[in-house]
Design a protein around this ligand. Structure first.
Ligand code: HPA
Ligand code: ZN
Length: 334
């Protein structure tokens, strides 16, 4: 089963590039940029990765990102992740980035986007991993700040496919970003949002009805509301579920109690993703392996999850079909 999972061609649809920042690379970049990290060593830093909730994690995640200053830093961060994609047979990835984490401390939008997108271009050539970029607004900041970010992104529109909404969920409902999502859609971006990770089902309703999202990040709390489940299925919207993130942030107490299988049985379209792999103890393949073991998923279940990862990607139909064919070819040999 592990071999089957590892070799499957797959896509990752929920991944924060700042959450791929491995401590070793963080220390290396901090040193060359002469920035202090408030931890003595990689080991000390890793010891701090104990979270009781989303906010505990976010505090450390934003702190880690502070050492990223130059285009080369964003390039190195992104390329390191894309190499891991290639090694895991991730053929396509949809990468979220948080421009405000950087622009708020004086790094230009241009520096961030150019470093990330150059790494994506090079990886497409050298590693044969394709990628799409999702610009995420930080929901703990104001809608006005999100509008500023939208303005900054316009000259780089050709490099960005979608917008997302992440950071502290509770107290920052999707409705807070109604106007900026409307404007972003008008500008040509596809709307996505985190909803129902810590927030209740009504946050998912708002993401659907007010932000008009094409996909829900997490969405675990959809299970609180039968009408919502029916609506998500009716609209054919996928949920990007992140098993190891959910246990690391205490959204789920134990993987054995993870709702993923129940979600699949209800008819929801589910994908498996790593979210912030440097912080949550596993890349995407480890997420598949862990959830397979915990819930005794069959090869057929795994196949459905992987198929969804291409089917519900933001790729054009022709490229989707190409990857789906590659998947069929692999599965036929198993
Ligand atoms: N939830 C919300 N915001 C985030 C996350 C997450 O899981 N990861 C990075 N930013
Ligand atoms: Zn996330």
């Amino acid at each position: 089963m592990i071999d089957f999972i590892e070799k499957l061609p797959k896509a990752e649809l929920h991944l924060h590039i700042e959450g791929t920042f491995e401590p070793e690379l963080m220390f290396e970049i901090a040193k060359r940029n002469q920035i202090e990290i408030p931890f003595a060593s990689v080991k000390e830093l890793k010891k701090a990765y104990q979270f009781n909730c989303l906010q505990d994690f976010l505090d450390i995640y934003y702190q880690g990102a502070q050492v990223l200053v130059y285009e080369q830093d964003f390039y190195d961060l992104t390329y390191a992740y894309l190499k891991k994609c290639a090694a895991q047979n991730v053929r396509h990835t949809e990468i979220m980035f948080d421009p405000q984490t950087h622009t708020e401390r004086g790094v230009s939008f241009e520096t961030v986007i150019n470093g990330i997108s150059l790494a994506c271009q090079v990886a497409k050539e050298e590693l044969e991993v394709s990628s799409i970029l999702i610009m995420s607004y930080l929901r703990h900041l104001s809608e006005e700040k999100a509008f500023e970010t939208l303005q900054q992104s316009i000259p780089f529109k050709d490099k960005i496919t979608a917008i997302g909404l992440d950071s502290s969920e509770k107290g920052n409902p999707p409705s807070k970003f109604k106007n900026v999502f409307e404007a972003s859609i008008k500008a040509g971006f596809i709307p996505l949002a985190h909803a129902g990770e810590e927030g209740d089902a009504d946050y998912i309703w708002e993401a659907l009805d007010i932000l008009k999202v094409a996909r829900i990040d997490h969405g675990n709390n959809a299970l609180q509301d039968e009408n919502l489940i029916r609506e998500i299925i009716k609209r054919d919207i996928a949920l990007t579920v992140c098993p190891l993130s959910n246990t690391a942030l205490q959204v789920v107490d134990d993987l054995k109690n993870h709702p993923l299988k129940k979600m699949m049985e209800l008819g929801l379209k589910i994908t498996v993703n790593s979210d912030d792999p440097a912080y949550f103890g596993g890349q995407v393949n480890q997420n598949y392996i862990a959830i397979q073991k915990a819930l005794q998923l069959s090869k057929k279940d795994i196949y459905e999850l992987v198929k969804n990862s291409f089917q519900y990607s933001l790729l054009d139909n022709e490229t989707k079909q190409k990857y789906l064919k590659e998947l069929e070819t692999y599965v036929a040999t198993c």
